[in-house]
Design a protein around this ligand. Structure first.
Ligand code: FES
Length: 161
């Protein structure tokens, strides 16, 4: 995929700015508009039972989960359905959904899925990238439509979109 110099510089500037703000105590996640993909249907979701899927491609695992409590960016009638990438922002280990939060077993970082994936314990310093969702009201189909933040270890984070 050819990437214009302007687009590359815009992406790099967004990433550098986000990292600087994060270190200063602010969080700004660059939003990458990947292609929308159907990942679930509302009628199939059960509270606390995550559904795994690959997004934005087969190399990036993610989870969709119905939390049973309202969440920032939550969709569905209870605003409690959210999705996140499954790679820890510390060193890329896979996270698991456990007791209402995402937990990384490598160095025990914990992320709050009701607060945009905020890290509140452990070695990670960046939020778990959230995947914005959209629901088709008539069918209940749930679509993933982008990634807010940079997926750990993904070279193409800045080159897509
Ligand atoms: S890789 Fe997840 S806490 Fe270190």
């Amino acid at each position: 995929m050819a990437v214009s110099r302007r687009r590359f510089i815009q992406g790099a500037a967004a990433a550098v700015g986000a990292l600087g703000l994060a270190k200063a105590g602010f969080w700004f996640a660059p939003s990458l508009p990947y292609k929308a993909v159907k990942v679930a249907n509302l009628k199939d979701l059960k509270v606390g039972e995550p559904v795994g899927f690959a997004y934005p491609d087969a190399q990036a695992q993610a989870y969709l989960v119905k939390l049973g409590r309202p969440a920032i960016g939550g969709v569905g009638p209870d605003r409690d359905v959210v999705a996140f990438t499954a790679s820890c922002t510390h060193m890329g280990c896979p996270v698991q959904f456990k007791d209402g939060r995402f937990v990384c077993g490598c160095h025990y970082s914990m992320f709050d899925p009701a607060k945009n994936g905020e890290v509140y314990q452990g070695a990670a310093v960046e939020f778990l990238p959230q995947i914005p969702l959209k629901v088709v009201r008539q069918s209940g189909d749930v679509f993933a439509e982008g990634v807010e933040g940079l997926i750990w270890g993904r070279v193409s984070n800045l080159l897509e979109g």
